[in-house]
Design a protein around this ligand. Structure first.
Ligand code: ATP
Ligand code: MG
Length: 564
């Protein structure tokens, strides 16, 4: 993003509401938002939009943003997810300070409120099965049917609720329902379930509870307890808003304002946590932070920066109605950031040996390389040059077509920061494959130009074979080649859309000796190739493994230019 762009004040319909409320003093000047993940999976690029929005608003309006774990379903939730979510939000650059909360911390209060609604005749214990409840709920056209247990006396309801809580009844045998309106045009208002029986241990409350509140009975009250002002959520909760308000109002408690925005989707990506979990469980990827995953952990391991992800979220903004954003835009954002900050290095990924026949035996010289042409303060480094080098196999063709300007028999090319070399001889193995080039160098061309003014068309990257560090480099293609992996043919499955070859492992590759000490997570531009990041799991001291973050080709920018 250019400076002019990033300096533009952000605005969107949610910020406009907050600005207006601040102006009118609706919340006495307070701004409290929250990011409420359910700890049943890792955060992904869609969550990043919500995080940037909620923490962004808090920062811009002098408020606070809470991190609240919506941990009401013990069956799917784990502490591993809680820890990963905390790490990811922090890594994205946001700080919730002391405001870390858990819906499970409110279980006692929620239970008291449930009893209050029972006493007020606004909730009842229903002995129907889940199936019956579903069946009697009616449809969009037909009203629902009232449960035979709907008019139980409050005392009986209180007694049954207490016994549900104490674990006297099996899972699924009873639920607590709100008594609202079985004929409501909004299905969420047709006596929604508040509590279900679950003999399951919770990652924080252990076996204290044998009943657990439903999302709808926990979320609004959690917001209320924390005195949230603007409860920003995604559109699927629009139809739940009347219920959110009904619970707060029926209980007579503080009621925040719920505002919905459209989920952000990116092309070539699934963001359903269930699908991501399937990919992990079925070993289709190497865990939640596989560099191909759209999770924050995956993007981090791939080499994306928090700055790039935030720039992406800023740029796509938020909207009231849904749309899908090009994944290429996220790649564009990371290129922009890494172009400014990533040190340049040379690495040869598909090596071809070059021997310089007129180079004095055993001699090494050092040539000076610019670390970052975009940032003078990054300085320079010395790179060893010897008579034995690796160049990229692609940079040589024995029988080059017209438009190929790199190395070929009898032809000269420039080695970056080094000399001109000319290919004199091609060495082949028994299979007829080129295995080595015998070249001569021109000592007069140190620094990259010839005193006689002769020109070469190509500049190649290279490394000295005697000094290089051998590495493994991993290239990734999208997990899903199709734009919308959720679209499946009839009778098909979204897994059918998985691309067969999304990982390519290159080894051995050879890199500048400096890179031997690159630290896990460090990012570089490999000249002419792309941006690369030292893998945090597979690298060993002195033997880094590199993940390609992105190539240098900016498909998004190209498309923008084409579209004018
Ligand atoms: P689930 O389907 O399991 O509920 P979820 O994606 O809604 O998954 P949550 O943990 O409930 O996951 O999400 C936390 C917050 O992030 C919610 O406020 C949710 O609305 C928001 N969020 C989730 N996915 C996106 C998305 N693709 N774009 C924007 N916000 C999102
Ligand atoms: Mg959700």
């Amino acid at each position: 993003m250019t400076n002019a762009e990033s300096a533009k004040p952000r605005t969107d319909f949610v910020r406009e509401i907050v600005a207006e409320d601040t102006r009118t003093g609706k919340w006495e000047g307070r701004v409290v938002t929250r990011f409420p993940p359910e700890p049943n999976g890792y955060l992904h690029i869609g969550h990043a939009s919500s995080i940037c929005l909620n923490f962004g608003i808090a920062a811009e309006f002098g408020g606070v943003c809470h991190l609240r774990f919506d941990d009401t379903n013990p069956v799917k939730e784990e502490d591993e997810y809680v820890q990963a979510i905390r790490e990811d939000v922090k890594w994205l650059g946001f700080d919730w300070g002391e405001n870390e909360f858990y819906a499970s911390d409110y279980f006692d209060q929620l239970y008291e409120w449930a009893k209050q609604l029972v006493r007020d005749g606004k909730a009842y214990v229903d002995d129907q099965s889940a199936d019956d409840i579903r069946r009697t709920r009616g449809t969009l056209k037909e009203p629902g049917t009232e449960s035979p247990w709907r008019n139980r006396a409050p005392e009986e309801n209180l007694d049954l609720l207490e016994r549900m809580k104490n674990g006297e009844f099996p899972d699924g045998s009873r639920v607590l329902r709100a008594k609202i309106d079985m004929a409501s045009p909004n299905l969420n208002m047709r006596d929604p379930v508040m509590y279900r029986i679950l003999h399951a241990n919770h990652h924080r409350t252990g076996d204290t509870w044998r009943i657990y509140p439903m999302y709808d009975f926990a979320h609004g009250q959690s917001d209320s307890i924390e005195r949230v002002t603007h409860s920003v959520c995604t559109l699927e909760f629009e139809d739940h808003r009347p219920l959110y308000e009904w619970f707060c109002d029926s209980l007579g408690i503080y009621r925040p304002q719920q505002i919905e925005f459209a989920r952000r989707n990116t092309t070539h990506t699934v963001t359903s946590k269930r699908k991501l979990l399937d990919l992990v469980r079925e070993n289709r990827v190497d865990g939640w932070d596989d560099p191909r995953m759209p999770t924050i952990g995956g993007l981090r391991r791939r080499g994306f920066t928090p700055e790039a992800i935030r720039a992406f979220c800023d740029r796509i903004g938020i909207a009231k109605r849904g749309n899908t954003v090009e994944f290429a835009l996220l790649e564009h954002c990371v290129r922009e950031h890494l172009n400014a900050v990533a040190p340049r290095r040379m690495a040869v990924l598909r090596p071809l040996k070059v021997t310089i026949s007129n180079w004095p035996k055993g001699r090494t010289v050092e040539v000076e390389g610019v670390n970052n042409p975009e940032d003078e303060s990054a300085g320079t480094r010395m790179i060893p040059f010897s008579g034995s080098l690796w160049i990229e196999r692609d940079d040589f063709m024995e029988d080059p077509p017209k438009k190929f300007f790199r190395l070929a028999p009898g032809r000269e090319a420039r080695l970056r920061y080094g000399y001109f070399i000319r290919c004199d001889e091609v060495v082949k193995n028994d299979a007829g494959e080129v295995v080595e080039l015998i070249c001569t160098y021109d000592p007069e061309t140190k620094g990259g130009s010839a005193p006689d003014g002769r020109k070469v068309k190509a500049t190649l990257h290279w490394v000295s074979a005697d000094h290089a560090v051998a590495t493994e480099v991993r290239h990734y293609e999208p997990l899903f080649a199709v734009e919308n992996p959720n679209k499946v043919a009839e009778g098909g499955d979204w897994r059918d859309n998985l691309a067969p070859d999304s990982l390519e492992v290159l080894s051995p590759c050879y890199a500048e000796p400096e890179l031997a000490t690159a630290m896990p997570g460090e990012r570089f531009q490999f000249e002419r190739l792309g941006y690369y990041c030292v893998d945090t799991r597979m690298s060993k001291p002195g033997a880094p493994v590199f993940n390609r973050t992105v190539t240098l080709r900016d498909e998004w920018a190209k498309q923008q230019r084409k579209n004018g």
